[in-house]
Design a protein around this ligand. Sequence first.
Ligand SMILES: [Zn+2]
Length: 141
Amino acid sequence: MTGLAARPVPVPDALSAPFWQAAARHVLTLAQCAKCHEVTLPPDLTCPHCHTIEPDFAFVPVDGTGRVRTWTVIRRSFLAGFENPFVLVDVELDGHPDMRLVARLLDGADAPLNIGTRVVVEFEDIAPGVAVPAFRLEQEA
Ligand SMILES: [Zn+2]
């Protein structure tokens, strides 16, 4: 970590605060609309599914497993605090085929990736009380 500038820290707003509170406990949650019960992430002022302006989201924990839909290797990051190169994976969460979660892969730039590779969420503690979701290759059972 030496020599690296501090990474940007997410700034929760009222809408996303419950997501970040759960993330700090290393729990991945999705925002579930009170009207149509569909899930989304990140939560917006309206529900992207039923378009209600009062989605009154509940943040439901999910197990954070899924499969890689695609990925990219970042060799020159324009964000401070990342050691290059690193990998961003676009993950389809199990049971939520419409949900895309793009996050860092913690296994390094040479990780053996294919479309469909199994991954599981893991949290990076980046500041006191702040953790961000990332992914790691799922170990074969
Ligand atoms: Zn809805």
